[in-house]
Design a protein around this ligand. Sequence first.
Ligand code: GLC
Length: 557
Amino acid sequence: MLNRASFRPWWRTAAIYQLYVRSFADGAGDGIGDLAGARARLPYLASLGIDAIWFNPWYASPMADAGYDISDYRAIEPAFGTLADADALISEAHALGIRIIIDVVPNHGSDQHPWFRSALAAGPGSAERARFWFRPGRGIRGERPPNDWQSIFGGPAWTRVTESDGSPGEWYLHLFAPEQPDFNWGCPDVRAEFEDVLRFWFGRGADGIRIDSAALLTKDPALPDLPDTGPGTPPGPAHPYTDRDDVHDIYRSWRAIADEDETGSRVLIGEIWLPDAQRLARYVTPGELHTVFNFPYLSCPWDAGALRRVIEQTLALNAPTGAPATWVLSNHDVDRTVTRYGRADTAFDLERRRYFHSLPTDLELGTRRARAAALLTMALPGSVYIYQGEELGLWEVQDIDDDLREDPIWRRTNGADPGRDGCRVPLPWSGTEPPFGFSPDSAVASPWLPQPKEWRDLTVAAELASAGSMLRLYAEGLRIRRAEGALRGTGMRWLPAPDGVLAFDRPGADGPAVRCVVNLSPGPVPLPAGGTVLLASGPLDRGLLPPDTTAWLRAEP
Ligand code: GLC
């Protein structure tokens, strides 16, 4: 149960479970996950030992981009349930000591949002169109897009509308799919609307906000072509739409809204993919966001040197602002870890998904590494994110039939980019065949994406019953992380280690240190002397730590 005493900045060390509603659990029996399903499984999440849930967008949406195209920011998508379900879910989660983070999508809405529909009807030059980016086209008849920007999902970032008299009309900007028109953040209505949406959900008990595409909101109002600076224009003040300086003002006012709650327990988390770590750190300066997702860590290959560098950089960048680090291995946009770590190239990059999917994978090796990576991640100082299904060791489903794929990335690139459906397949809960308890027995439809039949060994029920399962490892890791003060502190000290091995201590404030050793080298290595093993990601070999294995030890004082 949450009580006032627990309203410390809980998010600094929290374990946060990412719940992708459509694929978590289906209560209604229509093959689509929903809030009733999530409510029924809250006890599962409580026993897993997480502190908070981040829900991917649950609002009314035509689902052109799986809910990231929102038509009403104050209503629940009917396929997921009702506002009353959300209220009940929030209070039931709170009763279990679990906080709720919701996903706010401020860069763009849906083309079915009432604002966009009225903008279409109101015509060029109207106040309604000023809430978006409508512009006449180039060329004699306006037949070419207003500038050369490309959609992040492929194709041009502009779509031409037909005016109400039937004539070809203005173009509007969409950095993602055409069904996701970008809001104009220079327009005061947009700012006021989102401030109200934030208050609406905080008022209903939300404990935090994950901000979608947080570096893209503000645009150069001149909408210039991208400057020709060789291989891309770096994000920053000169970029027409990525990481511009004026975006920070928005987050300072959002922070003030979060801080209207005097207990200081509401958190703002930014989704910001930036190659320049210094610029990323600007978002967590005092008075702005509390944390940002650590995508450099997520993208890092399974390599001791590369991991150590990214961990050090993360901690160094966060140190001056006092913002806690976040540690993220996976989410609903990237390849699942067991698949990724089983490839010859273990990095990940959104723009090279096609290449990564072309590489064969060794799932056994990938699983061993994913287990070791989970314990490394849980041992680092800060908060940790767990994308649903990672705790079961699910793999990326790469053989989905083309006609079942839903991701707009796949469609807009004509299949050149396989997209993200493979990490969004509904979870297996129990039983020996699909739908594996994802839907109730009375269901009238199959899960919206088919589950591999081999997942019979990876159901929650099967893994609870199996001592060496990924689920038991996660639950035990989270339990120890909660129980050991050292793992919830901020200190971390690297220890000397052989090549290919990461070893560090998490010193306790007044108790013993917890030591973490990760073997990324090809051969077994001895464990440091004088410690007791608390947990290991795989069996030890006569006291030696095998390759691709992590051990946690209690260091002797
Ligand atoms: C973010 C989301 C992604 C979505 C995109 C557009 O990157 O994580 O799933 O497609 O924004 O909203």
